[in-house]
Design a protein. Structure first.
Length: 344
């Protein structure tokens, strides 16, 4: 890896690190080897990071295609975000509409309350309603409001945008009102009945609309959907540009192969961890970087902090959440983080 750096880059010139620290009050290049920067042609990238300048497409492509992980990790240390979440949040999935149809309001409230009371802790938690019907939101509204009144710290998540759009489908085409207007009406109604968030976006199509309505925005980039590194680099540049205009709360890498049913493994962790680190380096307008158990192994989640992760998503508190959301059990994730804290 080379020697520890005694020289940094300040205003385009090689400068003693002590001077950089005195001038800027930050440790941009403390411990970074100039030999390594030169070996992997990272001098200009490091200089841009120090100045807070966004990387261009070719620089990001270079990181993806040519730079090994140890060198990328050195750059991560120069831009690591201060916002840090220490552990995942528990999520419970419930078939609210089915319970309402079967048991009525009182029965559905009783069934849901029994699940939540079994959680036995006072932290914030998420309820994911797995059978949301965009045409029957008025049916679940009273249940959501009742649960928010009873349980402090609960918030509700709706299915992702692709699911909502699929439900609208041909129905919108048969009405005089345009598709986009109908989609906006659905999102407004979701907000009004008590939904606090939408599941992670897989594209940039509805960022503006979700921003306007005040939903938190979490964007997932499925890295194996891009045929080459240049297109993936272009996507990161576009995301960074969007985040300069619209608020993006968090970003995380994923793999379509895992979404399609392949189990996470060491090799998939390696791909995701490298892309996570590159995202931390390049997406300077996004504050949180997520390592989610939907795509990582437990060991991958545990290791992700080293690669710049400061958001660890959610853990499944009940079996249904694990199946529907493809999440690792909250109890397993809690053990991982407890052991990590003990070993610090």
């Amino acid at each position: 890896m080379g020697r520890l750096a005694k020289i940094g880059i300040h205003e385009g010139r090689k400068t003693p690190v002590s001077f950089v620290l005195r001038e800027n009050g930050v440790t941009w290049f403390d411990g970074i080897s100039l030999l390594t920067l030169k070996q992997y042609k990272l001098e200009k990238i490091a200089e841009n990071l120090a100045k807070g300048i966004s990387l261009d497409i070719e620089q990001i492509r270079h990181l993806i295609s040519n730079v090994p992980l140890p060198a990328i990790l050195m750059l991560v240390e120069t831009v690591r975000r201060r916002e840090q979440l220490t552990s995942p949040m528990p999520v419970v999935a419930i078939p609210a509409l089915s319970w309402l149809d079967t048991f009525g309001f009182a029965g559905a409230l009783r069934e849901t309350s029994a699940v939540l009371q079994s959680m036995d802790f006072n932290e914030n938690f998420i309820i994911y309603i797995e059978d949301v019907d965009v045409f029957r939101l008025d049916k679940v509204a009273p249940l959501i409001q009742a649960l928010k009144d009873i349980f402090i710290g609960v918030s509700f998540t709706a299915p992702d945008m692709s699911s909502l759009i699929q439900q609208l489908g041909s129905v919108a085409a048969k009405t005089a009102k345009g598709f986009e207007d109908q989609l906006k009406d659905i999102l407004i109604t979701l907000k009004e009945v008590g939904f606090d968030r939408i599941r992670g976006l897989k594209d940039r199509a509805n960022l503006k609309l979700l921003n306007q309505l005040g939903f938190p925005i979490n964007v997932c980039t499925l890295i194996d959907c891009y045929p080459d590194d240049l297109l993936l680099a272009k996507e990161l540049v576009m995301l960074n540009s969007y985040a300069d205009t619209y608020k993006i709360d968090s970003w995380f890498p994923g793999l379509k192969s895992i979404s399609d049913g392949q189990a996470p493994n060491f090799m998939s962790d390696f791909k995701l961890l490298k892309m996570l680190a590159i995202g931390v380096i390049t997406l300077k307008n996004i504050p949180f970087f997520r390592a989610t158990s939907a795509y990582f192994t437990l060991e991958g989640v545990r290791t992700a902090f080293i690669f710049g992760a400061n958001d660890f998503g959610f853990g499944a508190f009940n079996e249904s959440a694990g199946k529907v959301l493809n999440l690792k059990p909250y109890s397993d994730l809690s053990k991982v983080f407890s052991n990590s804290e003990t070993n610090k």
